[in-house]
Write a protein that binds this ligand. Structure first.
Ligand code: ADP
Ligand code: MG
Length: 740
């Protein structure tokens, strides 16, 4: 069956060559019970390892069933071992953290048995070696004799034609040793049994052949009994671990050494926490810097703000507002949205009062004033702002119940409509650029909207086929309302008569065109009067002809109608910035044009820089953590060399062993990840209250969690890959003895 011709095995160790054995010639056949003896260091173990295919040889040729093996690859030897060889060792090589049953099941599973069959067969074998009582005892708790019985049961489970035992009784007392030899003898029929022993007397009653080694050579090779030649049929064992068994074993390995599990788990939990916290920290910074951005057009840069216009360019009606109010992510609606972006000044020169703010409807004020009360009448207002503000803070008492005036578009006080400050509320500004707030009733808001519409409008006069621009600072073609002018009529300066046919403009038509961001409107009027220095006061009640000549006087009500408009633009504020995309899309689909304020902010490149820095630092962190985790886990897993060496000796392939390791690490890393999510959930439910968890909850979106999950499992995969490369780069035997 096995033939060695002039085979030599050397060890190369740091430039020193040691001889394992040299020029060995033997032929071994099924049916033999061979004892190999010789003093320590004579090469017995080395010879067994070479015959077992656990180690390579350097010279000569080994034949298996007549086939040369010098060209065998790692895989060929794996196949050979699986099919032909069972090993029993002096130090047992059991998986100490497995029970007796699990140890024997392991080899059956490796050879493709189902869990059910493996258990049944394992129990039979355990009975055969007399250990039924101990089937659920961990291997580490057994005596030496019991351990060796387990090893024998395990070797039998493989059902191979060759059984190789290297000093199986070396660590046993006399009684146990005798039992073991007896069992080996009982099972040796139809097998080739090779046993190395120091104590030849123990085996001399059973052996058919005695080989004595000395100094790496065979000194004596004596056949003691004739052997009963028997042809045996050998099927290649091509069954491997089922996927189910792999998962079972991988998961079992993750947990079955508790201290190892805890250490690996803590490393992963640390990695998960570090990566996620760092990631959240950067998202927070990005968010903060995006908030501190500015914008030339909008003063209210709250990132939850969405500015809406209707796609059909009509104004907002009650139904629109009701529908917007139904969207559950909407916090509040500002119908008169223009006001949000217009800072208005409140002045009183007499009391030396000076305050800038944005005008809000008092129905959006939901707190209790710190001083005074809420506005009730149309001319009452409430001011909100920082306590550090000179007027609101130090002069608050003096301001309360004082009259103030809205500054008009030219910066002077509008004394027509005095307002009274009836309440003050203190709040810190939400961002650097925000100013104070003025809460008022609808009338004040409507008036301001009117002024804004007028201020933002381009007004053009079409007269005698020519357009003339109308500017507020230039009296020529400036449109002025008058209650003396009838609807549809317009009074113009007599100075224009010379432009008209027969120097008479009466009856000519004049169009006032109004155009702004939100709407267009126009009035077609007929010239019914021309005023002169003489008749102006009479006609219009205007005395100051010198300064007023050139203006265009139209009906008061019609003038009002040009600028007193419904809202063409409104803003909604969402409960959280995370709803912005979702709600925008919904609104775009239901007839609104949406401008997301958060996309309009200019941050001077800080945001882009932050993103790049985030990517770099995250990468460095992930790589650093990877190596820390790798080295720590490697130290922890070092003790597992024996395990992986063992399962390979039992017949698993390199690949399978690697997969088991992957599943093991994957189990722990997933556990760490999901436990961390569990901790986050507790924070979410307010069971925990930790600032860094709150930050993570606030800034991470679902996609971030998925990305992080992939990063962490990717790390886990690479750790097992690297570890596997080290652990499995050599033969099974060197995995066992080597410090990885
Ligand atoms: P035995 O089993 O008969 O006691 P071994 O086969 O273990 O002897 O050893 C045979 C020779 O090979 C000894 O000289 C020993 O020092 C050497 N040897 C065994 N294993 C190694 C190894 N891993 N590296 C270097 N030399 C080794
Ligand atoms: Mg030895």
């Amino acid at each position: 069956m096995i033939t060695l011709k002039n085979v030599s095995k050397y060890y190369y160790n740091k430039g020193i060559i040691a001889i394992g054995f040299t020029k060995v010639n033997i032929h071994l056949e099924v049916g033999e019970f061979v004892a190999i003896t010789g003093e320590s260091g004579s090469g017995k173990s080395t010879l067994l390892n070479v015959i077992s295919g656990l180690d390579s040889y350097e010279e000569g040729e080994m034949y298996i069933n007549g086939k040369e093996t010098s060209h065998y690859t790692e895989r060929d030897f794996e196949e050979y071992r699986r099919t032909y060889i069972s090993n029993i060792f002096q130090n047992f090589n059991l998986v100490n953290s497995y029970t007796v049953l699990q140890n024997i099941e392991l080899v059956l599973l490796i050879h493709g048995a189902s869990q059910k069959d493996a258990k049944k067969r394992a129990l039979e074998l355990i009975r055969k070696v007399g250990l039924t009582k101990y089937k659920n005892t961990k291997a580490s708790k057994l005596s030496g004799g019991q351990k060796q019985r387990v090893a024998i049961a395990r070797a039998l489970a493989k059902e191979t034609p060759i059984l190789i035992a290297d000093e199986p009784t070396g660590n046993l007392d006399v009684k146990s040793a005798r039992d073991i030899i007896q069992i080996l003898h009982d099972i040796s029929k139809d097998k080739l049994v090779i046993i190395v022993t120091h104590n030849y007397d123990q085996v001399k009653d059973y052996v058919t052949r005695k080989i004595t080694m000395h100094d790496g050579r065979i000194l004596e090779d004596k056949k003691l009994l004739p052997i009963s030649w028997k042809e045996i049929k050998i099927d290649l064992d091509e069954n491997h671990l089922t996927i189910f068994s792999k998962i079972r074993l991988g998961v079992r390995n993750a947990f079955n050494i508790i201290p190892k599990f805890l250490l690996v788990f803590l490393v992963y939990l640390f990695v998960v926490t570090a990566v996620i916290s760092e990631y959240a920290f950067f998202l927070k910074q990005e968010y903060t810097s995006s908030k501190s951005g500015y914008n030339n057009f909008f003063m209210d840069t709250n990132d939850t703000r969405l500015i809406l216009k209707k796609k059909d360019q009509t104004s907002f009606n009650e139904e629109d507002y009701q529908n917007l109010d139904k969207i559950k992510e909407v916090d509040y609606i500002i119908e008169n949205d223009l006001l949000l972006d217009t800072s208005v000044g409140l002045r009183n020169e007499e009391t030396n009062f000076y305050f800038d703010g944005i005008l809000y409807d008092v129905k959006n004020f939901h707190a209790t004033p710190d001083l005074g009360r809420l506005p009730e009448n149309d001319n009452e207002i409430l001011l909100a702002g920082s306590k550090d503000d000179y007027y609101l803070g130090y002069q608050a008492k003096d301001i309360l119940n004082c009259q103030v005036y809205l500054q008009d578009m030219f910066g002077s006080e509008n004394k027509d409509r005095p307002l009274t400050v009836v309440g003050i509320f203190y709040e810190e500004p939400t961002n650097y650029y925000s100013s104070g707030k003025i809460y008022a009733n609808t009338v004040v808001l409507e008036n301001l909207k009117f002024s804004i519409n007028r201020e933002y409008s381009d007004i053009k006069i079409l007269f005698l086929n020519h357009y003339h621009n109308s500017y507020p600072y230039d009296i020529h073609y400036q449109v002025i309302p008058s209650d003396r002018v009838m609807e549809g009529e317009v009074y113009i300066s007599g100075d224009l008569n010379y432009l008209c046919k027969k120097e008479n403009c009466l009856g000519e038509s004049l169009v006032v065109d109004v155009d702004n961001l939100y709407y267009q409107d126009s009035l077609t009027l007929q010239v019914t009067q021309t005023y002169t220095k003489k008749n102006m006061e009479n006609l219009l009640g205007v005395k100051d002809y010198e300064n007023q000549n050139g203006a265009i006087y139209i009906n008061q009500g019609q003038y009002q109608s040009l600028f007193d408009k419904e809202n063409y633009q409104s803003s909604i504020f969402l409960q959280d910035v995370k709803y912005v995309e979702e709600v925008s899309e919904k609104l775009e689909n239901s007839g609104y044009n949406v401008l997301k304020i958060k996309d309009t902010l200019v941050t001077g490149g800080a945001l882009e820089a932050l993103k790049i820095i985030r990517t770099i630092i995250t990468s460095i962190l992930v790589i650093t953590l990877f190596f820390i985790a790798y080295f720590v886990i490697r130290i922890i897993l070092k003790s597992r060399n024996i395990y992986f060496g063992t399962i390979r000796i039992l017949g698993s392939t390199k690949k399978e062993a690697k997969q088991l390791l992957e599943i093991e690490l994957f189990t722990v890393s997933n556990l760490a990840y999901f436990i961390f999510l569990g901790i986050l959930f507790l924070q979410h439910k307010n069971v925990l209250n930790l600032a860094f968890l709150a930050t993570i909850l606030k800034y991470l979106s679902r996609i971030d969690y998925i990305i992080l999950y992939l990063i962490i499992n990717g790390m886990s995969y690479f750790i097992s890959l690297r570890f596997a490369r080290k652990i499995f780069k050599n033969s099974a035997m060197s995995t066992m003895r080597e410090d990885v």
